[in-house]
Ligand binder design. Sequence first.
Ligand code: SF4
Ligand code: SF4
Ligand code: SF4
Length: 325
Amino acid sequence: MNKPNIVIVHGAICGGCDVALANSEEAISKILENIDLAYWSVAVDARLSDLKSLGKIDVAVFMGGVRTSEDEELAKWLREKSKILVAFGSCSAYGGIPGLAALTSPIELINLVKSTITTSSQYKSIIELPKLPELSTYRALPHVVNVDIVVPGCPPPIKVVNEFVNVLLKYIAGEEPIGPLVIAGSKAQCETCPRKPKDLSKLQIPSIKRIYEAKIEENRCFLEQGILCLGPVTREGCEHSCINVNMPCTGCFGPLPGFEDVGLRYIAGILALVAVEREKELMEQGLAKILDKLVDRLGVLYRYTLPRSRLYMLKLSLEGSEYAR
Ligand code: SF4
Ligand code: SF4
Ligand code: SF4
């Protein structure tokens, strides 16, 4: 019997997801044993034309966001051709870190990049700038096509990559994945966090601090120390990788089920907790003063999810974009 095949393709990617997959020895050996690795440009000697010549695709893994018109075309082609389409990594699943550029127009971005070129004028005459691909409206993969499996993380940790490959093996054995399936828990990070306070509902937050401003007590909840931690709105499943090394969660596993806009949820929930302790100050100074302490708001609240935020949808809607929802 012919083995089913798998292709691994890239949109806007940093390469970390490829490294994560390559580092998962167990996952890679199971893939090589049971599945025909038909295309993975970083590991297999094959070109895009080879991918396009495949008669059928069983599993397509898409890494990175949809940034260019080529990415979009590839995503749609893969959806049409593949039985199972996988959004691998936070960029693909939610927009990820490159998605932070979503609010800037493609032309502004290109001009910004051009403005950073420091090549001296004598070389400018002989070095042609490469032709840049046409940038499209930035989107996460599920905003462009339906996906069957989401593998979250920036990059996905080894345990999650192994779980994902086990799901694929079940599919090969005849068990269809019930999609969309997210390879992560459905509870918040806080639920299983080793720093979880005795009573989360009574948690109070002193004034907001940046990490360098605080002497962080290990074993104590970051929020109780005034350090913003996105654990309350983020799916569990990474085994608290950051928290265990004394860093707060920045949300790479993506929103909890039903939380479409992470930032708004967070503001609503967390600022209420700040307010409990500082009601008088809030009344006097207003919420804006508290928010002033929140430096790089979009980067903190939407580090991996800006392209699925209401703010972004509002922008697209005001521009009359066909992608506004
Ligand atoms: S999810 Fe993280 S590691 Fe993967 S491509 Fe995006 S930025 Fe890189
Ligand atoms: S807010 Fe962060 S540190 Fe506190 S319990 Fe939740 S995940 Fe743990
Ligand atoms: S603690 Fe948060 S940011 Fe860190 S790996 Fe887990 S989900 Fe991602």
